[in-house]
Design a protein around this ligand. Structure first.
Ligand code: ZN
Length: 257
């Protein structure tokens, strides 16, 4: 559940690509190091738990009927805030929902767009929450958007500089790579409050506008809390990766002396 066009490189909201990201960055590291898995294990275990939580809460909340579809709920929230110019489109995939701040379009997966369930309404409202952040000039969202190119650069070029530097023993190059790579952690840290805020806006609007009642609310809260957990896991993963490589490089620098 996120904000486009960075999904390709940095999974923002898209929960499935987030787990790919964990695998990809794990694979990036050329030599198998048990220390890497050991250090990253809290983040990996939390990510697995979060994936399990999102799937189970989503499945349960999909069975809870709502008064309207996800797209209708998002439309009501947007219109209530005077955001009639923000369009809502359907895109393929599951949990591929996101808000695109450049195009001012809310893109919802078929299940969320058409589904008349607590799960659909909750996720659609979360994405509408991102549109409200954008419209109200929510400062952290602006910072987050500025951190996107930093993170993309860091996870691409930075990671390669780090790996090549380590492989050929050029510690200086590896350190520069790591500093660039740390941009991914900065992004995740800034992203965290943005995601929490979108969910709290969603819960508030759904209740204030009477879209959901006390029947559906607890299910929506569970889905959004599970989603929040995936962002916490991604943040922890990014921080631990930076720490791991910093440890490795410090060890390498000692040996070079
Ligand atoms: Zn989001």
């Amino acid at each position: 559940m996120g904000i486009a066009p960075l999904r390709m490189i940095i999974p923002a909201c898209q929960l499935d690509s987030r787990s790919h990201h964990v695998l990809l960055t794990t694979m990036y590291y050329p030599m198998f190091d048990p220390m890497y898995l050991l250090m990253l294990s809290p983040a990996l275990l939390l990510a697995m738990w979060a994936q399990f939580r999102i799937r189970s809460t989503y499945a349960t909340a999909s069975q809870v009927p709502a008064r309207m579809s996800g797209s209708a709920a998002a439309r009501e929230i947007l219109d209530a805030e005077g955001l009639r110019d923000v369009r809502i489109e359907m895109i393929p995939g599951q949990l591929s929902d996101h808000y695109d701040p450049r195009a001012k379009v809310l893109r919802l997966s078929p299940e969320v767009y058409q589904g008349r369930s607590a799960a659909a309404v909750g996720i659609a409202a979360h994405e509408a929450g991102h549109a409200l952040q954008d419209a109200h000039g929510y400062a952290l969202m602006t910072v987050r958007n500025l951190a996107v190119p930093l993170a993309n650069f860091g996870s691409g070029i930075g990671m390669w500089m780090l790996i090549i530097g380590m492989m050929i023993g050029m510690t200086g190059l590896a350190w520069i790579g790591l500093i660039l790579f740390a941009g991914t952690a900065v992004f995740q840290i800034v992203n965290l409050p943005v995601e929490f805020n979108a969910s709290s806006r969603a819960k508030y609007q759904l209740e204030a506008l009477g879209i959901v009642g006390s029947q559906e609310s607890p299910y929506i809260r569970k889905v959004l809390s599970a989603a929040a957990l995936t962002y916490v896991a991604a943040t922890l993963q990014a921080i631990l990766q930076v720490l791991y490589f910093a440890m490795r490089l410090m060890g390498q620098s000692d040996r070079d002396r």
